[in-house]
Design a protein around this ligand. Structure first.
Ligand SMILES: *Cc1c(COP(=O)(O)O)cnc(C)c1O
Length: 229
């Protein structure tokens, strides 16, 4: 049952906070519901779960239309420019901004819909060829550039750590991303509000919390293995 899994993950989130001397209220557990049916999401609603993560724009749109409007939809996957229209106005936060062209497309759509779209900038900490995201070195200049867009607001950073056997191997990436986060926050750029650090998935969210995550994205640990058809 997803409810029991959810409670169990939440307990581990709280324990990781305690170990790190952090207030559990600082950490948002995002239930990554991609590929999972609406019925499994509904199962969690009596538990007070509001934050869900999706990686396909059309799937996010469909679930948004069906489910209660107070839910918060996080766009966590790679976003193509021609799909931005499905997400802006439905998602509370796009975690995966990694190019100027994508940021421009989001700015354009948000302007059209007369809203300000909060985003995170995706950083490829382990510099894996298979992953999207900027290098740590490019990130401050990139944020300074997109901070000029009036209908988009940078709210922090996100990373997808490598798949590793031992989650301890990812600690260094989380630690380095936290340092980058603090560095950029300290620059006090106009129209930049560095309040969120999205890092950690089923295998490594506890370590990510120990290293300063404010958002963890857990799919398998809550909903079970995904089947891709
Ligand atoms: C699928 C996905 C997750 C969740 O992964 P699990 O290992 O199932 O917890 C987290 N973040 C992103 C960006 C994803 O695409």
């Amino acid at each position: 049952m997803s409810i029991e899994n959810y409670r169990n993950v939440l307990k581990h989130v709280e324990e990781a906070c305690r170990r790190a001397g952090r207030d559990p209220k600082e950490v948002t557990l995002i239930a990554v519901s991609k590929t999972k049916p609406v019925s499994m999401i509904e199962e969690l609603l009596p538990e007070g779960v509001l934050d869900f993560g999706e990686n396909r724009p059309q799937e996010l749109k469909e679930k948004y239309e069906i489910l209660p409007k107070e839910l918060r939809w996080h766009m966590i996957g790679h976003l193509q420019r021609n799909k931005v229209k499905y997400v802006v106005g439905r998602s509370c936060l796009i975690h995966s901004v990694e190019s100027l062209r994508l940021a421009e497309a989001i700015q354009e759509e948000a302007e059209k819909k007369q809203l300000v779209m909060p985003v995170l900038v995706e950083v490829n900490m382990a510099q894996e060829d298979t992953k999207y995201g900027l290098t740590a070195e490019e990130t401050p200049e990139f944020i300074s550039q997109i901070s000029k867009f009036p209908n988009l607001q940078v709210n922090g950073l996100m990373t997808i750590a490598p798949f590793v056997e031992n989650p301890e191997d990812n600690r260094i990436h989380f630690r380095n991303l936290y340092k980058l986060f603090i560095d950029i926050k300290g620059r006090n750029l106009d129209n930049v509000n560095m309040c969120n650090l999205s890092m950690g998935m089923t295998n490594d969210y506890e370590i990510a919390i120990e290293e300063g995550a404010t958002m963890v994205r857990v799919g398998t640990g809550i909903f079970g293995e995904r089947v891709y058809l």
